[in-house]
Each structure stands twice: as C-alpha cells, then as structure tokens.
Write a protein that binds this ligand. Sequence first.
Ligand SMILES: Cc1cc2nc3c(=O)[nH]c(=O)nc-3n(C[C@H](O)[C@H](O)[C@H](O)COP(=O)(O)OP(=O)(O)OC[C@H]3O[C@@H](n4cnc5c(N)ncnc54)[C@H](O)[C@@H]3O)c2cc1C
Length: 329
Amino acid sequence: MQTFQYTKAASIDKALGAASGAKFIAGGTTLVDLMKLSVEKPSGLVDINLLPLDKVETLPNGGLRIGAMVRNSDLAWNAEVQKNYAVLSQALLSGASPQLRNMATTGGNLLQRTRCVYFREPSAGTPGGYGCNKRTPGSGCAAMEGFNRMHAVLGTSDKCIATHPSDMCVAMAALEATIQTEGPKGKRTIAFADFHKVPGDTPHLENALEPGELVTYVDLPKPVEGAKSVYLKLRDRASYEFALASCAVVAKVEGGRIRYARVAMGGVGTKPWRSHEAEAALMGKAANAETFRHAAEAALKDAKPHGENAFKVELAKRCVVRTLKMATA
Ligand SMILES: Cc1cc2nc3c(=O)[nH]c(=O)nc-3n(C[C@H](O)[C@H](O)[C@H](O)COP(=O)(O)OP(=O)(O)OC[C@H]3O[C@@H](n4cnc5c(N)ncnc54)[C@H](O)[C@@H]3O)c2cc1C
C-alpha cells in the first residue's frame, strides 16, 4: 500500500473541497481491501463519516430519502423499509456478514467494485501480469478464457465480463431509485438505470459520477399501492457469499392478472440488471407458472455465457420464476 493524505471532513463543502485527486472513504469495507491489493492507489482519502447523511426520511411525495452514510444494517432494519420496501431489506440482509453490514454504507455499496479474481489480483494489468481492461485499459481480459464461473452473462463486451456484485443495487433497480449527488459543478439527480455503466470498450468507466462528485442520497419513489416485493438470492452457500443469480421483483396482481411488474437481476449482469423484457412479458398476463417461465426466458434471451458460467443462464431463469411466484402469491 502506498502512502496517502488522510482528511476528515466535517461538512459536505469541506469534503468536496478536499476531494481533488482523493477518494471518499465511508465504511472502508471495499476501499481498504482494494488499497491493500494495490488495485486502488489514491493519493488522498477524505473520510466522510462525520457528514450529516445518516438519516432515512420520508419525502413530501411519500417516497423515502436514504442518506449515503446510512449503514446497510440500519437501512435493512428500518421499519419503513421493512414495511414498504421489503425487497430492499431482504437484499441488504442477504449481503456480506452482520459485522460488514454494520460498517458498510448506502453510498459505498452503490460504488463497490467487482469481485473478479483477475481484477483483484495485484499483478493484473501490469507487464507480465494478468490482463484486466478494468485496471489497465488495453491489457486484455484474463477472465474470458480463465476462471469465469462467477462472471456475467448479460451486458458483457469483448473487453470485460466482470459481474456487478451488489445485492442492494438489484433491489434499488427494481424500485426505480434515483441518486442525488453533489460535486464541484453542483447538484445532480441521476436515474438508477443511468448510474452504473456496462463495460463496452471502456470497462474502467463504471458509473456516471464525475471526479470529486459525492453521492448524498438515494431516493425511493412512493411505494406502489397493493404491490408486494421480494428478493431471492441463489449462492454457493447459505450466507456470507456473493450471488450466482439473484432476482428482485415488485409486483401487483389484481383479479389473477399482473397489473404492475418490475424485475431486476443480480449475479448475472455487468451492472444491476433491470429486465424490461421480463416486465413486458408479465404485464396484463395471468399470474401463473407459464407466464413466469415466459418472462424468465425473455429476461435471459440475450445471455452470453463464457465456458464455466453457462449454468448461470438456466439458474437465473429459475431464480426469476421462483421470485415471481413468491411476489405474486
Ligand atoms: C467479505 C465480504 C463479503 C461481501 N459480501 C457481499 C455480498 O454478499 N453482497 C453485497 O452486496 N456486498 C457484499 N460485500 C460488499 C460490501 O457490501 C461493500 O464492501 C460495502 O457495501 C461498501 O460500503 P463502504 O461504506 O464500506 O464503502 P467504502 O469501502 O468506504 O467505499 C467504497 C467505494 O465507494 C466510494 N464511496 C463511498 N461512499 C461514497 C459517497 N457517498 N459518494 C461517492 N463515493 C463514495 C469510495 O470512494 C470507494 O470507491 C462484501 C464485502 C466483503 C469485504
């Protein structure tokens, strides 16, 4: 690990002023690991733990505003979240471990980086090391022909097949969250769908944030009346493991027909994967096994497996079917 400047910011203005060339540190559960592995080498760290961004508040429009510093545990156990946004609580509680969730923050979870073994390998992207276009553009992607059992099947490119690892983000995609930011150029609102980027030719550009821009809040819209929401995560062991495939569904059924459906998937995409195709296949249809399978086929129709991860395509379909069944029961 190389040396770095450490600054503790007491206000948003101070954090923004100190941020040039530095990285914000929140819970540190991703960033410190990546610094130890030499994946991240910031010249400075701006500690944002004192910022007044640790509240969950109801918005005048009936939605919910989540501060970027709200810890994953606090958000998961928040009464309002458990009652009206159950999918988010379930997704958070399926992630990491209790100790990690007590430290991890909403902003940090949004910005966590892939667990691709080549990305996290200290030699990746260096001469003689493994190729990683995310670390060093143009150095190749060792995962294409290497260990790729955990990798993505949706949103991949010939430059990168790394999976987005977050559970929380999958729920937020289905809930159609928006992200509030503040940076050197002022405040912005970013739709969740536009926040994370697919790799394309530039896998090192992972999100819509500009240098020095701080995530301040995540806003959730007013809950859909009469809808039920569920998160299901399938993984190699029952706890403390990243998703092989996961699914977040918000659905409303009236008279046996699906009147509202939002579907997002995790563990299979290069970003939290909202499936408009699955939603279109569900709308107005009878809530039954045939409809769910049809939606799952639509969700995975563009899947591109790479060797070891081919099993994820059928696994993800079954995950979508089961989640739909639970959300419409
Ligand atoms: C062993 C282990 C298992 C895990 N398992 C899971 C799992 O199953 N599911 C899952 O979803 N996650 C899992 N995680 C990841 C965990 O959820 C993240 O490490 C955590 O959410 C990151 O939050 P943090 O506050 O610690 O971020 P930090 O490490 O502090 O920061 C992460 C990144 O976000 C940036 N950042 C933080 N806050 C802001 C902000 N407000 N504005 C702009 N940039 C910001 C930082 O600069 C940094 O780049 C696991 C982590 C570990 C170590």
